[in-house]
Design a protein around this ligand. Structure first.
Ligand code: SAM
Length: 241
């Protein structure tokens, strides 16, 4: 079992892996055929110029770029990431976006400020306490009725070779599709949902997206891999009440 990482360890992991992640992320199979379609399906109503967005764990900026391409005004977007190397890459592509280096577990951002917070593929770097604190921050930073939209690796995908591990919460090492290993905190689907509700959100929608059919034509090998997982992503849209 890997040592429980704190924010600094994750920052170091991502600084070491920045180059390979940056090369991988914008055209990755899962982004093109699972995650991006989920953003398009579930956030269409919020892709308007005046919507104020925080992209939490923005990495090298593919989510922000996508939201801007779909109508959100760049100067209404804030990206936060713990890794300076990832932010340096985002800054090259997104000069008008406010990018902040901080740990979202204890970052200081304005209260009741954002209409939308997005967090893609970030929560598995947080243990129970870390996720609780991040969710509480998201709730504080959103305006009333603001939307939290998150995408995570589906818990089933992590244990699909041995379902008896499903209830075994905790840190493990996972091989990444960009050719490295990262620490990964496994929790169940119920844990995600309960943490969301405990932080004060109501759930509007849960999606366990299919892989888009187009992925089969584009890359049959990856298509067959991702369809063999059962569900590979868990997508939640929640609202601050
Ligand atoms: C798999 S990448 C995803 C990046 C981006 N959301 C995307 O979909 O391309 C995970 C990102 O989360 C960031 N991260 C992890 N823990 C964090 C924390 N506690 N605070 C801020 N950023 C964090 C990492 O530095 C990394 O850039």
């Amino acid at each position: 079992m890997p040592e429980q990482p704190n924010g600094q360890n994750i920052a170091r992991v991502y600084s070491e892996q920045a180059k390979s992640y940056i090369d991988f992320a914008p055209t990755s199979f899962s982004w093109q055929f699972i995650e991006k379609p989920a953003f398009d399906r579930h956030l269409r109503d919020l892709c308007r110029p005046q919507v104020r967005v925080l992209d939490a764990g923005c990495g090298s900026g593919r989510i922000i770029e996508h939201l801007i391409n779909n109508g959100i005004q760049p100067d209404n977007v804030t990206g936060v990431d713990i890794s300076q190397n990832m932010l340096d890459e985002a800054r090259k592509k997104l000069p008008e976006v406010k990018l902040i280096q901080a740990d979202l577990v204890d970052a200081d951002l304005p209260t009741n400020h954002f209409d939308l917070i997005t967090a893609a593929m970030v929560f598995h770097y947080l243990d129970e306490e870390g996720l609780k604190r991040m969710m509480a921050n998201f709730h504080k930073w959103l305006k009333s009725d603001g939307v939290l939209f998150y995408v995570t690796t589906h818990p089933i995908r992590i244990v699909n070779d041995n379902l008896s591990l499903y209830q075994k919460r905790g840190w493990r090492n996972e091989k990444t599709p960009w050719g490295s290993e990262t620490p990964f905190f496994h929790r169940t689907t119920a844990d995600f949902i309960n943490e969301t509700i405990s932080a004060g959100f109501t759930i509007d929608m849960i999606d366990e997206p299919d892989v888009a059919k187009e992925g089969e034509r584009t890359n049959p090998e990856e298509y067959s891999k991702y369809t063999s997982f059962g569900a590979s992503r868990l997508v939640v849209r929640a609202r601050k009440v």
